[in-house]
Design a protein around this ligand. Structure first.
Ligand SMILES: [Zn+2]
Length: 276
């Protein structure tokens, strides 16, 4: 099926009543033709300009938006699972319970509760090329492959706007890197050190694969995560060509990762991990 706005609005109302006790306020719903995700929940905070720089207003209510891609042929059940998935993101953000990472413990808890209570099959992410996606006429990894090799940045928002719009699929290609910096997006690596400290590296887009190997050699790292973010907060760190980690407080990190897209390495491709 190909959903239209009316279908999505009706599904939103139905599952709001069924799964969220009707608590969710209405939200802007949009369709997209994106092939890099099935659905997205997005937030943008109003920004002010001062001395040529942009600052977001943390106290202001963000503009919220759910985008559903029509580029995939899903069954109605799968389509509804995608819509509910985005509604969980919305619910947690609206309640102020958003996890530090997009699909953290709060997300999973609520997802599993809805799955078991209402017999849904919502998942954290749909595997590329898995039957759930049912992509027409594309190979298993065609989705990320195409995005990456073209240095495609999706529906990137206005430069410097803070939000989750757009995906970066740059596999370290020049085109991707240039497009990414024009759009004000940065690739960051968050490292959790064995010392208990957390640090961040804003990576030069052409050095992502090198830094993935080099950072754990230079530091005692327990685990790390990669993100693509348009949050201007990260402009304060230099774009690193060499393995350097800068300390960051957990509060700053969780606040400024809100709109980030989690990235993953799949063989030689570096692209968005989240597709739902
Ligand atoms: Zn999600």
């Amino acid at each position: 099926m190909t959903p239209d706005l009316e279908y999505i609005q009706k599904a939103f109302d139905r599952y709001n009543a069924l799964c969220f006790r009707g608590e969710l306020p209405g939200i802007r719903l949009e369709l997209s033709r994106a092939r890099t995700y099935l659905g997205r929940y997005e937030e943008k905070r109003p920004q002010v300009r001062f001395l040529g720089r942009r600052f977001s207003l943390p106290a202001a209510e963000p503009q919220r938006l759910i985008r559903i891609s029509t580029a995939f042929d899903l069954t109605p059940e799968q389509q509804d699972d995608v819509i509910i998935h985005e509604m969980i993101h919305y619910y947690l953000a609206w309640k102020g319970l958003a996890d530090r990472v997009p699909h953290g413990p709060h997300f999973r808890q609520l997802m599993e509760a809805i799955n078991s209570r209402f017999g849904r099959h919502i998942v954290v992410r749909y595997k590329m090329g898995a039957p759930a996606v049912g992509q027409q006429g594309a190979s298993a990894d065609g989705q990320t492959g195409t995005a990456s090799s073209q240095g495609h940045t999706g529906q990137t928002g206005a430069a410097g706007s803070q939000g989750t719009a757009g995906h970066l699929g740059a596999a370290g290609s020049r085109a991707g890197g240039a497009a990414a910096s024009r759009a004000g997006r940065r690739i960051i690596c968050v490292s959790h050190l064995r010392s208990g400290e957390t640090g961040v590296t804003v990576c030069a887009t052409t050095r992502v694969f090198y830094l993935r190997r080099a950072l754990p050699r230079a530091y005692n790292i327990k685990s790390s995560e990669w993100y693509s973010t348009a949050d201007p907060f990260f402009a304060r760190y230099p774009r690193s060509n060499t393995p350097k980690i800068y300390r960051i407080s957990p509060e700053d990190l969780s606040r400024h990762l809100q709109g980030a897209v989690r990235m993953a390495f799949k063989g030689r491709i570096f692209g968005p991990e989240e597709t739902a």
